[in-house]
Write a protein that binds this ligand. Structure first.
Ligand code: MN
Length: 326
């Protein structure tokens, strides 16, 4: 991987590190933050993790030492401005840092991105990107081993395992391969318990989330001879079930599980706009479709956010434009 040596030197030559990731953090972003912070402390550095959002409930088990800190400008802005290095993991777009974007861009710290998404933005100094990797965690794993072959322990393996498990949909998404399983096998050597991790992430639903899923599935429709399926989640449903957007994590898998579906869509109506999640099978570049709405992502998984638009109208428009992809 390009950049691996330069970034290793940056780690060796500096002492204070801030680690952050994208809005609405997921298993990959949180797992990478914690693994990287633990690694840095293990080699004698100081590391602070700052996130735009609070940690979702079902990922709190990863954070036994309360290291995942919700960013407050008054309390934490100076940490970002005065640190030596800022690591941004699992995104390469500065606007996805939300409330951290401004201080990160203002900071004179060396900015390093570790990520597996396409079309990197250009706000950082160094990039460690592999868009073929299942997860940022896979890239981070290789980076950590390149620095020290013996560095991995339970506290690094546990969040990395969680990150890879969640970003591969429990080891079934297309880019899961021999190497992924080899990395997982290695991580299991350090005492990670697959049953525990799966149960903490996927079997810790609230009743509200279950009811939200029920309401969302009720909206399922297909188009184009069953090749496209979509579901819609409205603000009313969030209110009625006492849930928030984070709890729609993985809902996109449901339209994809209808036989014959090649494109699956989830429309989320949020306070300030509409979030669309795009999924596809095989060679359908759903990131191109996302791009038509100002979004982006991977070939088989992408997203877009639109502001100042009506839910019903945007649903119609996306489905119309999806026709040439099915
Ligand atoms: Mn990821």
């Amino acid at each position: 991987m390009q950049g691996i040596r330069e970034i290793a030197d940056i780690v060796k030559q500096n002492n204070n590190f801030v680690i952050t990731s994208h809005v609405n953090p997921d298993g990959d972003s949180l797992g990478c933050e914690l693994a990287l912070a633990h690694f840095l402390r293990k080699i004698g550095k100081s590391a602070t993790i700052l996130n735009h959002n609070e940690t979702p409930k079902f990922y709190e088990f990863l954070d036994k030492r309360n290291e995942l800190i919700k960013f407050h400008p008054d309390l934490h802005k100076d940490i970002i401005l005065n640190t030596d290095v800022i690591f941004v993991v699992d995104t390469n777009q500065s606007d996805r840092l939300r409330s951290l974007e401004k201080p990160v861009l203002q900071s004179k710290a060396i900015k390093v991105i570790i990520d597996h998404h396409l079309e990197a933005g250009d706000f950082a100094d160094f990039y460690l990107i592999d868009s073929e990797a299942t997860s940022t965690a896979e890239i981070l794993y290789k980076f950590l081993l390149s620095m020290d072959n013996d560095i991995i322990d339970y506290d690094i393996a546990h969040p990395l395992y969680t990150a890879i498990m969640t970003d591969t949909g429990s080891f079934r998404f297309p880019r899961t391969d021999i190497e992924t399983h080899q990395i997982i096998a290695h991580l299991l050597h350090f005492g990670v318990d697959p049953t525990e991790v799966y149960s903490k992430v996927y079997e810790s639903w609230t009743l509200g989330r279950m009811r939200l899923l029920g309401e969302v599935l009720d909206t399922a429709k297909t188009e184009y001879d069953g090749k496209l399926a979509y579901i819609v989640c409205s603000q009313k449903m969030f209110d009625a079930t006492g849930t928030t957007e984070v709890e729609t994590d993985n809902f996109t898998n449901y339209p994809m599980s209808i036989e014959g579906v090649q494109i699956g869509l989830l429309f989320n109506e949020l306070d300030d706009g509409i979030k669309i999640s795009f999924r596809s099978k095989g060679d359908i570049p759903v990131n191109e479709l996302a791009k038509e709405f100002g979004g982006g992502g991977h070939k088989n998984a992408a997203g877009a956010r639109l502001f100042g638009v009506k839910l019903e109208e945007i649903v119609k428009e996306v489905i119309m434009k999806a026709q040439k992809y099915v």
